[in-house]
Write a protein that binds this ligand. Structure first.
Ligand code: ARG
Length: 603
């Protein structure tokens, strides 16, 4: 049933401008099939084209609308006698397009599309000239808030915060690449009753009000522990700490100053980690939303959502055993009241259309209740596929090699900075062993060790479906074979070295050369490159970074296959193949960039 594709007479051609964002391959095909659907069955105007990659035996992509259209028009006197006939018509009514080489009908009206090699080649070439930004997917949202990292003041950042930081950063990078305006929000735990004991402890250590420097407070976590111990064992101290909370919340100067000081020291600690990870965030901590809580609760109250229960004020949520407490028995606000105020602020002041929260799965219940409350209040539409919307991006635990929750030998939580240090020094040792310290400058050695070491930690986390627990293993993540950042970074560096060694001026080749995809491995690599945008789109819509990792790994596999069958340097196809190498390197670099990994150019 396969035939060459001839454009239908009346359909007009859709021209695709080189420098404009054309959307993903799937979106471009959907556009063509949308036209065809309208021409084929004009009475079913609300039908969306269903396009999916298909079994390579039949083609590259498939349009799956015929069957469901048939069930709609069957028995209504339609001119079509079955899904097969609808498939035929869909194929015939496709507007002329350079994208498509041929169409075939299979099974109950599937329209299989074979893309044109020349079009694939030209699209890649255009991308090389106009930049990979022209391949960004188009998303429905314009502005998003991503709430991620969000450590708690005076407590060490641990591996849980590492997950939130790198997953959130990747999601932000992917949405930003897709032209969404992203607010990268650090919702730090900088407010709450624990500050009473911290401040009192600070006053006791510095009774004369000396300015406590970072050094004087020393390890903030130890400081936290010491004050907690006093709080639990000394009733006089406990009483003073509770009064301190009141003074702090009442805005008493001395207390505000102490609070600011403690926050500052904490902030300097985690800023260092962000700098090393290359992650940028804007802090609006819990304290920021505190002034909004009373009026936001008043709004919810007016909607009749807040009730009195056992001395607390709560919101009952259908299907949940416990209500969402918004004012505690003692009259204080809590995590939930802050989150309701923050959500209100993000919707009304920041006009966010998509608000994404990245925390461990343990907080799912909390967010479900907050989101439901917002729906009940009419802040969010009841349907999940409408905007504005909220999403909780949950993630699993990091396990040690013993299969238990990741801890160091002393059973303390693992400090993030120690992990980064170790990854870097292990990488450096390997590079030195390979004689790189003689070949490279000291700076190059440092930078490569950092790029590979930190990249390895990030990739080992991101490559798993975020909901599953994963085992933290330096040996595994630093292996230069298999699905690791080390392997991928080296693969990229090798491509760069092939290009360098060819001695050709790539900028010149981009303008004067042409890509041809005559060998099947060239075509497979070319098509895979072109699918980059729809993978980013899928990773964005489903908030799953592992989808991009999988793509990157497959890209490197496709490249290896191509490189093993197609000679590059010195062949008569050299120009075309060098351009294909360059396009692979460009897409790999964009993947690294989206995953927050710094590429290396030599190994
Ligand atoms: N500080 C919290 C924690 O460490 C995470 C905050 C997440 N964001 C939010 N809006 N509740 O568990």
């Amino acid at each position: 049933t396969s035939r060459r594709f001839f454009p239908a007479a009346k359909a007009q051609s859709i021209s695709i401008m080189a420098s404009e964002n054309v959307g993903t391959l799937k979106q471009q095909l959907a556009k063509l099939f949308d036209e065809s659907l309208r021409a084929t069955i004009p009475e079913e105007l609300d039908v969306e084209p269903l396009i999916a990659a298909c079994n390579p035996k039949f083609g590259d992509y498939q349009c799956n609308n015929a069957m469901s259209l048939w069930t709609k028009v069957k028995g209504k006197g339609s001119e079509f006698k079955g899904p097969q006939a609808i498939g035929q018509a869909l194929s015939k009514n496709l507007p002329a397009s350079e994208m498509i080489e041929s169409c075939g009908i299979a099974g109950p009206g599937f329209v299989n599309v074979v893309l044109s090699r020349q079009w694939i080649a030209e699209s890649i070439q255009k991308m090389l000239i106009d930049g990979i930004g022209t391949w960004a997917p188009k998303l429905l949202v314009k502005r998003a808030v991503i709430d991620f990292s969000s450590p708690n003041i005076a407590k060490e950042m641990h591996v849980g915060h590492l997950r939130s930081t790198i997953i959130g950063d990747t999601l932000a990078r992917m949405l930003e690449f897709s032209n969404v305006e992203v607010r990268r929000r650090n919702h730090v735990g900088d407010w709450g009753t624990q500050f009473g004991m911290l401040i009192e402890h600070l006053f006791d250590k510095f009774p004369n009000g000396e300015v406590a420097s970072d050094q004087a407070i020393g390890d903030l976590e130890a400081f936290y522990k010491a004050s907690k111990q006093r709080f639990d064992s000394d009733s006089g101290f406990k009483e003073r700490a509770q009064k301190a909370v009141v003074s702090l919340q009442g805005g008493v100067d001395k207390y505000r100053k102490a609070w600011t000081q403690i926050c500052e020291i904490s902030r300097r600690g985690y800023e260092k980690v962000y700098q090393r990870l290359g992650v940028y965030l804007e802090e609006k901590g819990e304290s920021f939303y505190n002034p909004y809580i009373p009026s936001v609760l008043e709004l919810l109250s007016q909607k009749g959502l807040i009730e009195e229960s056992e001395g607390a004020r709560v919101i009952f949520i259908e299907g949940k055993n416990i209500p969402l407490i918004v004012v505690k028995k003692d009259g204080g606000y809590n995590y939930a009241s802050t989150d309701l105020a923050a959500l209100w602020y993000r919707l009304n002041e920041e006009k966010a259309e998509w608000i994404i929260y990245v925390t461990d799965v343990g907080q799912r219940e909390h967010f479900e209740m907050v989101f439901t409350a917002a729906k009940l209040a009419g802040w969010l539409p009841a349907e999940d596929n409408k905007y504005p919307k909220t999403s909780h991006v949950g993630f699993g635990l990091v396990l040690g090699e013993d299969g238990k929750r990741f801890r160091t030998r002393s059973t303390e939580v693992v400090r993030l900075v120690d992990l980064l240090d170790e990854a870097k020094s292990r990488c450096k040792a390997v590079l030195i062993e390979r004689g790189k310290s003689e070949e490279w400058t000291a700076d190059e050695l440092e930078q490569t060790a950092e790029a590979v070491g930190y990249g390895a930690i990030k990739y080992a986390d991101l490559k798993n479906n975020r909901l599953t627990n994963y085992t933290f293993s330096f040996d595994q993540m630093l292996n230069d074979k298999g699905n690791t950042a080390v392997y991928l970074l080296y693969a990229h560096a090798r491509i760069c070295s092939i290009i360098r060694k060819s001695g050709k001026d790539l900028e010149e080749l981009k303008k004067t050369g042409t890509i041809e995809l005559n060998h099947q491995d060239e075509r497979a690599l070319g098509l895979h490159l072109l699918q980059f945008a729809e993978v980013v789109e899928e990773a964005c819509t489903n908030l799953l970074p592992n989808v991009l990792c999988e793509y990157l790994y497959n890209l490197s596999e496709n490249y290896t296959k191509f490189y093993s069958t197609c000679t590059v340097v010195g062949s008569k196809e050299e120009t075309s193949r060098l351009l294909l190498c360059e396009a692979t390197a460009v897409v790999m670099r964009k993947c690294f960039h989206l995953l927050g990994i710094t590429p290396v150019y030599k190994i």
